[in-house]
Design a binder for this molecule. Structure first.
Ligand SMILES: [Zn+2]
Length: 316
């Protein structure tokens, strides 16, 4: 089965202040790189917007209204609205956030229906810092958590896992998953680093949260060792029937926001390993969504390496 690439032009209309690392050029770089001939076989879809019912599975009414009513109205009036020191909305942000979450939902629906085997959602704003009741850290809605809960609560998948290799800890996904033993969240991330969570002692219930922090300066070998020794065995034991990837590429050596020293081959390797577990227990069902990655060249190379690995997993 083919791999899908799901995005929406509205994701380019979420404008951040000048010089902000999370900018529309990130998504342009990813989409341009995925125009190369080797990606001609991708099924390309425009994401629909997420509906209210889907948002409410991961977020409170308060947080949804804060974004779609309060800050959206101010952004329409003033051109921008600040949520915190590094998270803001422009006039186009509410629509961007709805289509970003909707992309992951559409990916889940397509994979579940067998229209494609796995999918990459090239979207922004990113999502993994958005908690149940609080947008933060460049994130408005938690796209991956919304998709994961759609898979479980709307489509009936029983055990849903998220693997997050963004260099930052996905505090939002951990917050949303924390008390639910049928949801599994595993993260490698630099520690200490923003947002300050992600200690190994944060374990959720029945070990459904696995945090595997890496110290500043850790390289691909250290990253792969943590994956092989901790993360992949735990994912395998959890035996998910649907796997999501929070695909942030800011652990790349060239990234300006953190100090890990990975390269695109490490992201491709991690993707292959996750897909191998998906093939064994989840019918190959993998939905990946873009999180961070702030060096445009490294981001483009990493995203293409990641998508190439998703495509190869479907050819085996
Ligand atoms: Zn990040």
């Amino acid at each position: 089965m083919p791999t899908a690439l799901i995005s929406h032009p509205a994701c380019l209309d979420h404008e951040t202040p000048p010089g902000h690392p999370e900018c529309a050029d990130r998504l342009r770089a990813v989409l341009r790189a995925l125009e190369a001939p080797e990606f001609a076989g991708l099924v390309r879809l425009d994401a629909p917007p997420a509906d209210d019912e889907s948002l409410l599975r991961a977020h409170t009414r308060f947080e949804i209204d804060l974004i779609l009513q309060v800050h959206a109205a101010e952004a329409r009036r003033n051109g921008h609205s600040y949520i915190d020191g590094d998270t803001s909305m422009s006039a186009g942000s509410a629509r961007a956030a709805l289509h970003a979450a909707g992309a992951v939902i559409a990916a889940v629906d397509g994979v579940a229906a067998g229209r494609f085997g796995n999918a990459f959602c090239a979207v922004r704003p990113p999502g993994h810092h958005a908690e149940r009741n609080r947008p933060m850290g460049f994130c408005l809605f938690n796209n991956v958590a919304i998709g994961a809960l759609h898979a479980r609560d709307a489509l009936g998948f029983k055990r849903v896992a998220v693997v997050d290799f963004d260099v930052h800890h996905g505090n939002g996904t951990q917050d949303i998953f924390f008390g639910d033993p049928d949801l599994f969240y595993a993260s490698t991330h630099q520690f200490p680093l923003y947002p300050g969570t992600g200690r190994p002692s944060e374990k959720g219930v029945a070990g459904n949260i696995l945090n595997a922090p890496l110290p500043p300066g850790a390289d691909g070998r250290a990253f792969r060792a943590v994956f092989e020794n901790l993360l992949l065995p735990a994912l395998d034991r959890f035996a998910p029937d649907f796997i999501f990837i929070s695909a942030g590429f800011d652990a790349h050596v060239a990234d300006p926001l953190a100090q890990l020293n990975l390269d695109e081959s490490d992201f491709a390797w991690a993707t292959r390993e996750i897909c191998a577990i998906a093939a064994a227990c989840a019918g190959g069902r993998v939905v990946s969504a873009l999180e961070g990655g702030y060096d445009l060249d490294a981001l483009a190379r990493s995203a293409t390496a990641h998508v190439r690995a998703l495509m190869e997993a479907q050819q085996q």
